[in-house]
Ligand binder design. Structure first.
Ligand SMILES: Cc1cc2nc3c(=O)[nH]c(=O)nc-3n(C[C@H](O)[C@H](O)[C@H](O)COP(=O)(O)O)c2cc1C
Length: 257
């Protein structure tokens, strides 16, 4: 049994390698009593600012898991900041034992920091499938492992925390705008895991109240009509979806309407 969250498909692609019994976290969040029992239970999701996305934290905190083997795998783009060791310890303190916590480097979809066209060029260097195969084997044999935090990653994380508070806040509680290029197709309304967008009078209308900044809407908009208000993007014309994942899969995972 594996629970996943994905905005642009990387984590769904990873999840598919590890298990066939997949459940979307945004959909599960709509269940009132969440109690799960299975021999193995996994969570696969992206890394947001060296941490779990808030929707995943809430899912773990407010669900009951009865299992012999609990694992977490986070997909990330450039630096994981030692999140596995840090989060495993935090979860342990909160009474949730994690048997296996690892990360896998994939394409970085963070538009304020990276140009997706450049990211695609360096993607093969990340050897994603080789790393996923190693993690798959680890999970199959129920290996016990928490990825250690190297000094380089911890330094990177601590520097970010010390220097990027405003940027971090703008990413976590972003404001998006919808330009006149919007044709009211409604794709954004269906990829949003929190139902923040609706089409009003033929145009997308975005309410930031529940948004946690996953960027699914920005990446999926065929018109490139959605963007940040406060943050400048590196390349507003470049967007991303994992090439192995189809748009209807993201919609099925996230749609709240
Ligand atoms: C809001 C946000 C914050 C991110 N923060 C980080 C980060 O701290 N370090 C990193 O290496 N990648 C970061 N990324 C990149 C994603 O973790 C990475 O692209 C991930 O594989 C996307 O998964 P998905 O396609 O399943 O949504 C961030 C992406 C977003 C949207």
């Amino acid at each position: 049994m594996l629970f996943y969250f994905t905005a642009t498909g990387n984590s769904l692609y990873a999840a598919k390698q590890f298990d066939n019994d997949l459940f979307s976290i945004p959909q599960e969040m709509n269940q009132v009593n969440r109690k799960y029992r299975a021999e193995k239970i996994g969570i696969v999701c992206p890394l947001y600012e060296f941490d779990l996305p808030s929707i995943v934290k809430e899912f773990i905190r407010d669900s009951e898991f009865e299992t012999d083997y609990f694992y977490i795998v986070m997909t990330y783009g450039m630096h994981h900041g030692g999140c596995a060791a840090r989060n495993a310890e935090l979860l342990e303190k909160a009474g949730r034992h994690v048997d296996y916590y690892n990360t896998v480097k994939m394409l970085d979809n963070a538009l304020p920091v990276f140009n997706m066209d450049e990211q695609r060029k360096i993607d093969p260097e990340k050897k994603v499938d080789e790393h996923l195969a190693v993690i798959k084997a680890d999970i199959e044999e129920q290996k016990h492992f928490i990825q250690p935090a190297t000094k380089e990653e911890v330094d990177f994380y601590e520097n970010f925390i010390a220097t990027s508070a405003a940027f971090s806040a703008a990413l976590k509680q972003p404001k998006y705008s919808v330009s006149e290029k919007c044709i009211g197709c409604g794709i954004c309304t269906r990829v949003c895991p929190k139902g923040c967008i609706s089409v009003v009078d033929g145009r997308a209308s975005y309410d930031s109240t529940r948004c946690f900044g996953c960027m699914a809407c920005i990446h999926a908009c065929p018109q490139k009509a959605i963007g940040y208000v406060e943050i400048k993007e590196v390349n507003p014309e470049a967007r991303y979806r994992n090439p192995n994942i189809k748009l209807p899969e993201i919609i099925k995972a996230n749609a709240q309407n």
